[in-house]
Design a protein around this ligand. Structure first.
Ligand SMILES: *Cc1c(COP(=O)(O)O)cnc(C)c1O
Length: 370
């Protein structure tokens, strides 16, 4: 059996270990220290946002964003439908109710027309969570304008889209609160980790307070609020600082992978995941859809790849189809785009360590089916 080709696995460079060594040498083996502070500053500077809080996970960042947005028991929150469950789970942690918003064909992300329709139906909604799926920016300024017009807080889930831009502006800056993830499969990784970004300095200070058990400034442990143990470790932050040095390089390789698939499938009934001309995705995952009317199914492609020790994965299953969210409203203005993409789509190996020969292996298996 040939060596396994992964969807997306960590790519380390060496600098990561130097930052970790420094943490050991100075004995800052704790959820605070120079790496944590510097990682926050370096990432905020890269993205172009005022303030950042380094946390244990992207999910923790989204949870604190939902708290900062003031979501309370019974509140409705408009959420991307075609996304990973971590985008929407934190609403449940606070007792809120997710209302799922249909995707558009052009980006696979939240359709601004469906968002408008949702506000028409539920004018009191005060929070929207919008994800940039697979590293492709949503129509972020339109979505932001709709949120502003309705007095709703926008939370941008940029977990998959770090280094992608929309109209020249980095993703992770369009929401009042923005979440990043450094999980093992993301474009840069710390093994596990996340960050909350905002221009609101007080909000980030509050997030740090909650993330370190809500300890009041007393000599003894004094608590007026429920706290969380969400702060990033100084060791983990060291990995992040090393990875950040290579973010642009990771992004450029991801784009090459996408372009290689795009060129290889030009004469086949396959279409790559689309994006708007005004956006520059980070191409975190290359995905394809099989054109309507073609007899081959994504599952056949997945199994053919798996037989050659190549990992691929179905498109994220829409949230409104998930048993755990049965009974939640789903706002649609079109022809159920998310279900269609789920039925016809597949995420392809997008690991930046793939060689040209590895990519040739993947492509020839796929070509063999059409
Ligand atoms: C990975 C991911 C998250 C969660 O990040 P973790 O760091 O794994 O908690 C949230 N949203 C999306 C869209 C993701 O892909």
């Amino acid at each position: 059996m040939e060596k396994r080709i992964f969807l997306a696995s960590p790519t380390m460079h060496g600098e990561e270990q130097q930052f970790i060594q420094e943490a050991f040498d100075t004995n800052w083996v704790a959820p605070l220290g120079k790496n944590v502070n510097e990682f926050e500053k370096e990432l905020a500077a890269f993205v172009g946002v005022g303030h950042a809080a380094a946390l244990t996970a992207g999910t923790a960042a989204l949870h604190l964003a939902v708290k900062l947005a003031g979501v309370q028991r019974g509140d409705k929150v408009f959420c991307s439908d075609l996304t990973f469950s971590a985008t929407v789970n934190p609403v449940s942690y606070e007792g809120g109710e997710q209302i799922f918003i249909e995707s558009e064909r052009e980006t696979w992300n939240m359709d601004p027309r469906a968002l408008e329709a949702a506000f028409a139906k539920y004018p009191d909604c005060k929070c929207v969570i919008c994800a940039n799926l697979y590293g492709t920016p949503a129509r972020l300024d339109e979505i932001r304008a709709i949120c502003d017009a309705h007095g709703a807080v926008l939370i941008e889930d940029a977990a998959e889209s770090l280094s992608a831009t929309y109209k020249g502006q980095q993703t992770g800056t369009f929401g009042q609160y923005n979440a990043l993830s450094f999980n093992g499969n993301k474009i840069i990784t710390t093994s596990g980790g996340g960050m909350l970004l905002s221009d609101d300095e007080e909000a980030i200070a509050k997030a740090r307070f909650w993330s370190t058990q809500s300890r009041e400034p007393f000599p003894w442990y004094e608590h007026k609020e429920i706290g969380y143990n969400y702060r990033m470790s100084n060791i983990v932050a060291g990995i992040g600082r090393g990875q950040l040095l290579h973010l642009q390089e990771h992004r450029d390789r991801k784009e090459q992978i996408y372009r290689t698939y795009e060129a290889a499938f030009r004469d086949l009934p396959l279409t790559m995941n689309p994006y708007l001309p005004e956006s520059r995705p980070n191409f975190w995952l290359s995905c394809m859809t099989i054109d309507p009317g073609c007899a081959v199914t994504p599952e056949q492609v997945r199994l053919a790849l798996e037989a050659e020790n190549i990992e691929s994965r179905p498109i994220w299953k829409p949230m409104h189809l998930q048993p755990v969210f049965a009974g939640h409203d789903f706002i649609t203005v079109g022809d159920n785009v998310g279900e269609d993409i789920f039925a016809r789509g597949l995420c392809l190996p997008s690991d930046i360590k793939m060689t040209d020969a590895d990519m040739e292996r993947v492509i020839s298996v796929i070509r063999g089916l059409f």
